[in-house]
Structures are given as C-alpha cells and as structure tokens.
Design a protein around this ligand. Structure first.
Ligand code: ADP
Ligand code: MG
Length: 362
C-alpha cells in the first residue's frame, strides 16, 4: 500500500484566542471522496487552507503521499502541492472561452495534448457543446462544472472543494450534486468535499468527517455516522434527533415510552440519554396515552409531529401524510420495536455512544 494522498496529523490553527482547528488527525484515502461537514465557523475552510498551503499550521503536519509539506519545519508552497481547488467563488477568466479556461493550467503539456485533454474534460462534465462560449453565457451551475473541469484537467493529486454550490439556488444544487458525484467517481480523483449541509455530506461522501468547533468529532461511512453517532452533537447534526432519559432496571433500559435491552456494560441504576430519530417513534390515537401533540410540520409526503411527554421531554414522530392529529390531542407514543438506538452517558466530554435495542414486537 502506498501513502495516502493527504494526511493531516495533529493539525492546529489559532487566530488569536480562537482555536479554528484543534488537533485534527484525518486521512484522505486513495480514490475516495471525503465529505467534511460542520456548522459555519467549525474550521472546515481552515483545514482546506492548511492543506492547500494558503496558511501554515501552529501545530501538526500535512503530508501529501507520505511527504510532509507543512509543519515540522517543512514547507512547500501551494503551486508545488499540485492540488486542485474548487471554491464557491473561484471565478473563471471572463475574457477566455470555456475551452480556454479548461486548458489553462495545462501549460506544461504539449499544445496538441492540451486541446485534447481540455476537450475530454469538458465532455466529462457534459459541456462539450459550450466550449466556444464565454463564462457569462453560462448558468452558475455550468460555470462551476467548468471550474471543476479546469481543476481536473491539471491531473491534481487530490481535489479540494469548498462549498462549491453554496451560491446556487437550492433547486439547482440538488441536480448538480448528482452530477458532481458522478464526475468525481468517473475521474477517480481523491477529493475532500466541504459542506455545511448534512444531506449533501451524506450523499457526496464515501466517508463523512464531522467538525465541531475546530475539533474532529467522528469519521466514518455515511450509514455509520447516521446510525452510530458517537456523540449527541453528531446525532443532532446529521439528522433530527431527540434524547430521552433512561435508567437501567433489571438488565433493561427504561424510558417513558418503552424499554430497550442492554447495553450489558451498564450497571443497574445507570442513567443514560437514548437518542431517537422521528422514524423510531410510533404514535397512535389513544385517549389514555401519555403524549400530547404540541407541533406539526408538513413535509409533503409526511408530517413531523412533536409530542410532549409527562417528564416534559419532547420527541418527534414521522407520520404518513394521511395521519392527522390536532394540537393538544392526547396520543399513545412508543419506541418502534426491534430498533438499534444510541445511548449516551451523561458526561458530554468523553462521550462515546453505546447501542441498545428496543424490544421485539410481541
Ligand atoms: P468554516 O469554513 O467551517 O465556516 P472557518 O474555517 O472559515 O470555518 O473558520 C473557523 C474559525 O476561525 C471561525 O471562528 C472563524 O471566524 C475563524 N477564522 C477563520 N479565518 C480567520 C482569519 N483569517 N482571521 C481570524 N479568524 C479567522
Ligand atoms: Mg468555510
């Protein structure tokens, strides 16, 4: 096995008092798209700037294919790193045609190859017909595809994309996401894809890395991150999650809306928070139920209900659009059977998620 395209080791960056990046260790593997996601200000762009060489770290190193190029007394300027970049507002040259824009950066190639390669890249992003146009004759989405083609043309060792679609309207973004995913997979390039949008991260990434206030919370496959979050932060950030107090009694975790088996590692009397997603919570009309409907959001095919429980906690439940409940209506609420749920110990600091299973359907 060769060295990975990019490896960050114990990377830290401070702006005055602000720890924009704190001790981040992260590897981009060969051929993968790593989605880097976190709220605004969590350090995503800082990490990309450190990798690209626009900033130098206060601690830690960046290595490209095993060679340290930032930190530990080493430094390679951006142009020597041969990384491709696509930013939100990484403008094309307005006075050059689309094809000339793509060919830019292929100066080392023989002239003939340059045109061939630029043409091939335009075809990859499905803009072959647009080569003679100027950037201002293209839509925003098309411009970003040209920027992508231009970056890929130079055969970068890896591609860094920083919220490339955040200036585009949401409707366009959905389509472009699919297209860019296809382009990245087809070209086989290794890429770090930065976004603040959890849905986009789960869709784009072979793996997803979550940043929280400059620190890396968790890295894993999209499914693992969604279903096995190791912290409440990740659970909340990558989807809707509510937390229910639970106590270990006789080998079971008891919540106010149902019991779970295990986890075996917990002692009797232990108290944890169980994370539940809206599809883990069943509800039904029942005048003797323990829940009261306090909110409803229409989502087209579904309603998302918020239900208040006797303890004062609230849970959300996803219901088909044919299931109507009124505010103030008393309902029965239960954990869906046979679900694997995450449990979090009360100590947020060194939080590690445990799993427990709701009881089977009887
Ligand atoms: P993100 O891309 O996740 O939105 P950034 O990496 O841009 O976050 O910023 C992380 C933190 O570092 C923020 O608190 C931001 O205000 C701060 N920061 C970023 N760049 C600078 C800078 N050049 N000077 C001072 N503070 C900065
Ligand atoms: Mg940013």
């Amino acid at each position: 096995m060769g060295h990975p395209p990019i490896r960050c080791d114990g990377l830290s960056k401070f702006y005055g008092e602000i720890g924009a990046l704190r001790n981040v260790t992260l590897t981009l593997e060969e051929g993968e798209v790593l989605a880097l996601v976190g709220p605004s200000g969590s350090g995503k762009s800082t990490l990309l700037r450190l990798v690209a060489g626009f900033e130098s770290p206060d601690a830690g190193t960046v290595a490209l294919r095993g060679r340290v190029i930032s930190g530990a007394g080493q430094w390679a300027p951006p142009e020597e790193r041969r990384l491709g970049m696509v930013f939100q507002d990484y403008a094309l040259f307005p006075h050059m045609t689309v094809l000339q824009n793509v060919a830019f950066g292929l100066k080392d190639h023989p002239k003939r190859d340059r045109a061939d390669r630029a043409t091939a890249m335009l075809s990859l992003v499905r803009l072959s017909q647009m080569g003679a146009r100027y950037p201002d004759q293209l839509s925003g989405g098309e411009q970003q595809r040209v920027a992508l083609a231009r970056s890929l043309a130079a055969e970068p060792r890896a591609l860094l994309l920083d919220e490339p679609f955040s200036n585009l309207d949401p409707h366009l973004r959905a389509g472009l996401r699919v297209e860019v995913r296809r382009i990245l997979r087809t070209s086989g390039v290794s890429a770090i894809y930065v976004t603040h949008d959890q849905e986009e991260a789960l869709f784009m990434g072979d793996r997803v890395a979550v940043l929280n206030s400059g620190a890396l919370e968790q890295v894993g496959s999209p499914e693992e991150m969604f279903h096995r979050p190791r912290s409440r932060f990740v659970a909340r950030f990558l989807g809707t999650a509510d937390f229910l107090r639970a106590r270990m009694v006789g080998g079971c975790l008891e919540t106010e809306i149902g019991r779970l088996e295990g986890p075996g590692s917990l002692d009797g009397g232990a108290v944890v928070d169980v994370g539940v997603r809206p599809d883990d919570v069943a509800m039904g009309r029942d005048a003797n139920g323990v829940g009261v409907v306090v909110g409803r959001v229409f989502r087209g095919t579904h309603y998302l209900y918020t239900v208040a429980l006797p303890s004062g906690a609230q849970v959300r439940s996803l219901q088909h659009h044919t299931a109507h409940y009124d505010d103030g209506e008393v309902v029965d609420v239960r954990l869906e059977p046979d679900q694997s749920l995450m449990c979090f110990l009360d100590d947020e600091a060194g939080e590690t998620g445990l799993t427990a299973r709701t009881l089977p359907a009887s």
